[in-house]
Design a protein around this ligand. Sequence first.
Ligand code: PLP
Length: 432
Amino acid sequence: MRQLTDRLAESAFAIREPIKPRGNLKIRPFSMSSGFPTSARIYMDANATTPLLPEVVEAMLPYWMEHFGNASSIHLHGQQARTAVDRARETMTEFFNCHDAEVVFNSGGTEGDNTALVGLLHPGDHLITTSIEHSAILEAAKRLAQCGVETTFVAPQPSGLIDPSDILRAIRPETRLISVMLANNETGVLQPVEEIGKVAADTGIYFHIDAVQGAGKVKIDVRKIGCHLLSISAHKMHGPKGVGAMFVRRGTPVESLLVGGSHERRRRAGTENVAGIVGLAKAAELAIDSLADGTPDGPITRLAKLRDRLETAILRIPGSGLNGAGADGKPVPRAANTTNIWFDNLEGEALVIALDLKGIAISGGSACHSGATEPSHVLMAMGLDKIRARASLRFSLLKTATDADVDHVLRVLPEAVEHLRALSPVAAGTLS
Ligand code: PLP
């Protein structure tokens, strides 16, 4: 099988432009029209990352050259930067439904997840999380095991849903933190965080939510959920990469991972990424507007309809099925943009490469693990065997996806599946 994927990959790389020498690098003025050379391609990998929306770029632009000040400086340049950070914090209070003192800007989802676990847990404490979390949680839990923090990994039901009663059953006297994701990055399945929040409140345990994939797709209300900590990342919601935010409920004794200056009320040292923070807030503002529009033509409803049309048509391909369905075969609650589908008798990685060659970007498993040939830990935890997990693909639509994008994928995909099945050693029974 590797030979097939290697051959496909070689041809994919062959069509990419050679790297140009950097000697006479000239800075060209920014142009929106030349800014998206991949526009002819169809991108259905929004859960890996999203492009910045033009409004976000526009909001950020002044903070690189014109208002470049350090938000800690007391002169005018510093004041301009501080005002921008303060305004961004105001927007985030609306996004989370919290106070401004409860917003901490950071570098993104990995930092938020690491901070929640490493900043709150001490030797002898017990952590409850799930076996379908992102590696930013799973690896942090692994690191904590070396310092005497034990973790219980609650498994999902075959649908991908976590049962709150399984969380309740895992609680011990020394349990200090429950950490559960809002939306799964691979299946889009939305976890019952409000019910889990009740379990945490009833038992007096801290509760962190990795909301990186849910942010911008479902409304977040930290008061309603009752969590103590919640992490988001700008680049999953049409904001810039390398910036994010955390909600930290007042009085939550979480220690900063980074020490140094007294930035962010001593909860996260390091000069603020002003342009990034402004971009995050703009993306959050646009998301608030989208989520407020619940009309049939509203952006989220429109996106869910597009996803459903895509999914229904793909599932007509013989030997395919949905990851994220309940016992009745119907999808459980999911983020509006995501579907994850298995295809019998083919290798998912080969299909990802074949579609890439046809100008369609999708993903098998999590992009953060790209290059890894191990089947998805999420799908395996849901009970799929290795072959079916490897033969699963994630389609995650951008907010800007169109009917034409879906039509094009539906024209190309069935033929690609058929072609690969004819070549596949999985079909021939030579791959285990
Ligand atoms: N948590 C989840 C659920 C994710 O999907 C990701 C990224 O894919 C992360 C955390 C890490 O976020 P970041 O890329 O901002 O570090």
